[in-house]
Design a protein around this ligand. Structure first.
Ligand SMILES: Nc1nc2c(c(=O)[nH]1)N[C@H]1C(S)=C(S)[C@@H](COP(=O)(O)O)O[C@H]1N2
Ligand SMILES: [Mo]
Length: 365
């Protein structure tokens, strides 16, 4: 039965079939609906999800955040105490570092995102830096570890999901402790009752179900920090850590879909194409180009809701009957431009290759 699509390593048209494990992960971790790309803020309930283990069901009244380790004045805070801190709301575009992994060849076996692991929410919380300062970290602190309540196994290693930031990261990144999303309390799957948001970085840094912040006088060695989320060329390569989001754009699929292939159908004539573009570290988007009949054309940028939020774009296209392959690519203010095909890495991270959309144009009635 080597031609079964469920045989690990089976191929079809030269592309390896998805394994049962990948389909299982895809069923748990939903992606954004690309038709919502018109919205500055991703509608509640359509934000993508990425959860490594099981969603822990935590009780907000019982939840405490513990500051531990190399602090002179460590403390714990209840949710009431955290929510009494100065409150800020800001739109932040979150993207999973694995977005685009399914388009890599060979495809690393993990969550098989195509294009949809991105969204923008209005996050409500309080800045992290003043609370860390209040706990008085020792001068010798090298890392702050952020530990989630979720626990499980990866490659045989048991661990709670945890990530770290250096004191310099905490000072520079506008990190927030967050309890609200789009004006409502965080949902369990998005980290209720409390999560971190690290604006401008890929999503793995934004630890959900946050229970503990530990000041360490050595570098944090947690599994999710040192074993994964690194750009590695091959096994054994220590690689470079995945941090800032890479420049990227997506097109709202025009017209209507074929339900199974997701190819698009539009009538001939003028079609307004639109989408979103974003980059990491708060760097603005400078340019979005759209591939129409073999040439790149500049789209108009329609602006962003905040420093860490994606930018809208649009362009008019006169669609002629036949099959078209459209694409879009963004360039940020630091001159980073999306590649036609991104370089390979072992974990399949940060594949920001241009978004391609197949469109069938019907003769107009
Ligand atoms: N505790 C915990 N935090 C986590 C994760 C997790 O599995 N456990 N996944 C991370 C990853 S990889 C991403 S992309 C984002 C996704 O956040 P969302 O599910 O709210 O979109 O959460 C991050 N924070
Ligand atoms: Mo992620």
């Amino acid at each position: 039965m080597t031609d079964s699509p469920f045989t690990p390593g089976a191929t079809r048209n030269g592309v390896r079939e998805f394994t049962r494990e990948e389909v299982g992960l895809a069923n748990r971790n939903s992606g954004a609906l690309l038709e919502t790309l018109d919205c500055d803020i991703t509608p509640a309930g359509t934000h993508y999800l990425l959860t490594h283990f099981d969603v822990p069901m935590l009780s907000a009244p019982d939840h405490v955040l513990e500051f531990a380790g190399a602090f002179d004045a460590p403390f714990t805070l209840s949710m009431d105490e955290i929510m009494a801190q100065p409150q800020v709301t800001q739109p932040v575009t979150l993207e999973c570092a694995g977005n685009g992994r399914a388009g890599m060849d060979p495809r690393p076996l993990s969550m098989p995102w195509m294009y949809e692991a991105v969204g923008t929410s209005e996050w409500t919380g309080t800045p992290l830096a003043p609370l860390i300062a209040r706990a008085k970290p020792h001068d010798s602190v090298q890392d702050f570890a952020f530990i989630g309540a979720d626990f499980g196994y990866d490659k045989g290693v048991a661990h709670a999901f945890g990530r770290s930031l250096t004191p310099q990261d905490v000072a520079e990144l506008d990190v927030m402790l967050v309890w609200g999303m789009n004006g409502a309390p965080l949902l369990p799957q998005h980290g209720a009752p409390l999560r971190l948001i690290v604006p401008g970085w890929y999503g793995m840094a934004s630890v959900k179900w946050l229970t503990k912040i530990e000041a360490l006088e050595h570098r944090y060695q947690g599994f999710q920090q040192v074993e994964t989320y690194r750009f590695r060329a091959c096994e054994g390569d220590p690689g470079q850590p995945v941090t800032r989001i890479h420049v990227r754009s997506l097109m709202k699929p025009p017209g209507v879909p074929d339900w199974f292939t997701r190819d698009r159908w539009v009538p001939a004539g003028r079609v307004t194409l639109s989408g979103r573009a974003w980059s990491g570290g708060g760097v603005p988007i400078e340019r979005v180009e759209v591939l129409l009949s073999g040439d790149w054309h500049d789209a108009a940028l329609t602006g962003r809701a905040g420093r860490y939020a994606w930018t809208g774009w649009q362009i008019d296209w006169t669609a002629t009957p036949g099959l078209h392959e459209l694409a879009c690519r963004a360039t940020d203010a630091e001159g980073n431009r999306q590649p036609l095909s991104a370089a390979q890495n072992l974990g399949g991270f940060a594949n920001n290759s241009v978004h391609r959309v197949r469109v069938h144009v019907a003769e107009s009635a």
